[in-house]
Design a protein around this ligand. Structure first.
Ligand SMILES: NC(=O)c1ccc[n+]([C@@H]2O[C@H](COP(=O)([O-])OP(=O)(O)OC[C@H]3O[C@@H](n4cnc5c(N)ncnc54)[C@H](OP(=O)(O)O)[C@@H]3O)[C@@H](O)[C@H]2O)c1
Length: 311
């Protein structure tokens, strides 16, 4: 046993023996050709040499060999991250929760090299407690994690040719002259001001006012507004997690990239006072990719109200 541990390179590259479709190795570019995109998107390789040993990682080893996907999910203790883990379990997708911290590059590198994911699903971020106002008064901590940390993770994924799926807030627009309130003209993905983030290939999902069927969860938008003293009647885009999180997993499987407005089509009125929290974003790109996507009203009925109906 000691000898095998001390001579890990003795057998050379045996990756092909463990692949369900070893033909991939014989194709030009080998495994690397499996990654889509430009040269700089391709993996630098996990190892320091071209001899890649398959080192058993902490768990799920047998399912990794059989399954084409291995998701590394950041946000284990969070609302969206917790739901994503449950979805992977339900769908039989091998996954692990991230162990690094977003702003600590070396911890992310070590985590990726250990788990060897096909995708990094990033639902981690500082969201503020008791509410998002905390982020306004703690700008340094917020920028360190949500801006520097997210970009660090995106860069580490880029280096390894791994697609990162990032859940971010879509509350970045305000109604204006070209997008007047109530006009039905929503902000399209191209209106996004985040050009720096666009230069790193990844899948960025703009989430708005997330709602789930779990009405006991204080993060649930319906639960939140039911506790506000003051609400306003302004149309807003929203994300029904029960319908959209499975779609985001499908987007990962399809290796989709770029910025996507990640809401149900249409708007729902009444909500928060801060102007940038109230806006309509255009979900037509998502609807074109997933024609079965329900409108906000239909989705609320199907995924939130019906399951919670008292019989
Ligand atoms: N909930 C919303 O209203 C909403 C709306 C739009 C978009 N989003 C976005 O969706 C993402 C997930 O939201 P959520 O509601 O699930 O958030 P959440 O419940 O507050 O969970 C955040 C998660 O991020 C982790 N985290 C925080 N700082 C980290 C760091 N520096 N390194 C690694 N992990 C870190 C937390 O882990 P620890 O506990 O270990 O710190 C936690 O697991 C966030 O980026 C948020 O901006 C949320």
């Amino acid at each position: 046993m000691d000898w095998y541990i001390n001579n890990p390179n003795w057998w050379g590259d045996v990756t092909g023996a463990l692949l369900p479709h070893p033909r991939m190795l014989m194709m030009p570019g080998g495994l690397e050709s499996h990654f889509e995109g430009s040269e700089e998107e391709k993996p630098a390789s996990f190892g320091s040499s071209n001899t890649r040993m398959v080192v058993p990682s902490s768990k799920n080893t047998s399912s990794q060999q059989k399954h084409p996907f291995m998701f590394l999910i950041y946000g284990r203790t969070g609302w969206i991250g917790g739901l994503l883990g449950k979805l992977c379990e339900k769908q039989g997708i091998p996954y692990e929760y991230g162990k690094g911290r977003l702003e600590d590059r070396s911890s992310l590198l070590a985590n990726l090299q250990n788990v060897k994911p096909t995708h990094v699903i990033n639902a981690a971020g500082v969201t503020g407690r008791p509410n998002v106002d905390w982020c306004e008064s703690h700008k340094t901590e917020t920028i360190r994690t949500n801006v520097a940390g997210t970009l660090t993770m995106a860069d580490v994924c880029r280096e390894h040719g791994i697609l990162m799926i990032n859940y971010a807030t879509g509350c970045i627009f305000e109604y204006n002259a070209t997008h007047p309130e109530g006009s039905g003209i929503g902000f399209k993905e191209e209106a996004s001001p985040i050009s720096l983030a666009l230069s790193i290939p990844k899948l960025k999902l703009w989430v708005c006012m997330p709602i789930s069927s779990d009405l006991s969860n204080p993060r649930n938008f319906i639960t939140k507004i039911s506790r506000y003293n003051k609400v306003v009647n302004i149309p807003n885009s929203m994300t029904i997690l029960d319908e959209l999180l499975p779609i985001s997993i499908e987007m990962a499987k399809r290796n989709l990239k770029g910025i996507w407005n990640f809401t149900n089509p249409g708007v729902q009125a009444k909500l928060v006072v801060a102007p940038r929290s109230n806006n309509e974003i255009d979900a037509s790109k998502l609807k074109t990719e997933f024609p079965e996507l329900l409108s906000i009203k239909e989705s609320l009925m199907k995924y939130v109200f019906e399951p919670n109906k008292k019989t």
